[in-house]
Design a protein around this ligand. Structure first.
Ligand code: CA
Ligand code: CA
Ligand code: CA
Length: 412
């Protein structure tokens, strides 16, 4: 029996050798009059376990030559990445071959925040764990190192994703290939479950695909809550499977809250709430924009809600319902020019903000190529955060900052 198997492998290897040398290797993957069945390594018209065995043999052959029919991700190499893809195909994880190669325009050596498109929350190692198996979840922006990730080129368009705080890799627990397989952090062991491809879907968004399983990194159950679990799932087009990548920004908004020397109980309470709102708002601006501004913030009971001025002043009135992140972000936008600068007034025409960069950014966010930003003498929408009802998820804070950042490019 052993002899038989050995004989089969020899015969199979010979067959493959014939196939590999048969000239199916033109740059566009086709030969006139011949159409390649990608993954059909033994050219018998079907793709099955025999092809996987053949591929393994091929990889062990030190003198192998490139074969486009085995280049299943169209990156001009036929290697272990393609073998993994063939395995995924036979498991039914990948349903068509070839697949598009993940993008290779990811920068290495840079710390990124990885933000879920649906929730606006960040890919985060729970509790800043540094342990093997520490859970990876989503959490609102904190600026913490456990929410920052850098990439190491793992070849074939795949990357290792390293948590800045722990130095451990984003991985799928137990190399699961199942829906719901958990995203955790682990020590680098070279496994394909620790390698990820980035599929650029435009607008700054990526699908992040696990090399071991072919499944996408997603926030389970489209959670928008802090602590929502991150795992893998079959691509279903959901925005909970799409991620916005943002590298280090140069935003530098600082503020001073003016306090009475001997504050009343009401003032002390207001200061604490205003500080929390401003800290959160400044965090968003500094992590998502390149805008700098020094602000002076007041608590003033004669102000009806809150206001912001291009001179750098923000005033909060007595209503506690306006001492929140939404209002603070909205007022910061005024201090950097929204409804305040001459640039604003020349760019808003007939109720439309006409600047190119911000308009393009809105379309990046919505995916609708005809969308326009509406504006008046004071405000803009969508994403102006003019009312608390405009905040459905943290993604609205993120998108506000993306647009205001582009307002500055447009000359606001
Ligand atoms: Ca076959
Ligand atoms: Ca390939
Ligand atoms: Ca997880």
């Amino acid at each position: 029996m052993i002899m038989k198997i050995k004989g089969f492998i020899v015969a199979f290897t010979l067959l493959l050798t014939v196939i590999f040398n048969s000239g199916i290797s033109s740059a566009d993957g086709t030969v006139p009059g011949t159409s390649i069945i990608y993954g059909d390594c033994n050219s018998d018209g079907s793709i099955n376990a025999l092809d996987l065995a053949g591929f393994k043999q091929y990889l062990m052959d030190s003198e192998r030559t490139y074969n486009s029919g085995m280049d299943l991700n169209l990156d001009n190499t036929a290697d272990s990445v393609d073998y993994a893809i063939l395995k995924q195909y036979l498991l039914g994880i990948v349903t068509t071959l070839p697949i598009n190669a993940p993008t290779t325009n990811i920068k290495t050596g840079v710390n990124y925040k990885i933000i879920n498109r649906n929730s606006g929350k960040l890919l985060d190692v729970s509790g800043s764990s540094v342990s093997e198996g520490g859970n990876v979840i989503q959490w609102g922006l904190t600026g913490g190192a456990n929410q920052q990730w850098s990439f190491i080129d793992a070849g074939g368009g795949y990357y290792k994703i390293v948590n800045r705080n722990s130095g451990k890799l984003l991985e799928i627990m137990n190399s699961s290939v199942d829906n719901g397989g958990g995203a955790v952090q682990g020590i680098d062991d070279g496994d394909n479950s620790q390698k990820w491809g980035f599929i650029d879907i435009g607008g700054g968004y990526y699908k992040i695909v696990n090399m071991g399983s072919g499944k996408l990194l997603e926030v389970l159950n489209t959670s928008t809550a802090n602590g929502g679990d991150v795992a893998q799932w079959t691509d279903n087009g959901g925005s909970n499977q799409q991620w916005y990548l943002v590298a280090q920004t140069t935003g530098n908004i600082t503020y001073t809250l003016i306090r009475e020397q001997n504050p009343t109980a009401d003032q002390s309470d207001a200061y604490a709430k205003i500080k929390a709102a401003m800290d959160s708002a400044v965090m968003y601006y500094n992590n998502l924009t390149n805008i700098s501004k020094q602000l002076t913030v007041y608590y003033n009971t004669s102000v009806s809600t809150a206001d912001g001025n291009i001179n750098g002043t923000i005033r909060f009135g007595p209503s506690r319902s306006y001492m929140d992140t939404r209002t603070a972000i909205h007022e910061i936008a005024h201090t950097v020019g929204v409804g305040q600068s001459s640039g604003w007034f020349s760019l808003v025409k007939n109720g439309i903000f006409t600047g190119k960069s911000a308009t393009e950014e809105l379309r990046n966010i919505t995916g609708v190529s005809t969308d326009v930003l509406h504006g008046d003498s004071q405000h803009f929408w969508p994403y102006g955060l003019n009312y608390s009802s405009e905040v459905r998820t943290d993604a609205d804070y993120i998108n506000h900052c993306r647009i205001v950042n582009q307002f500055k490019k447009d000359g606001v």
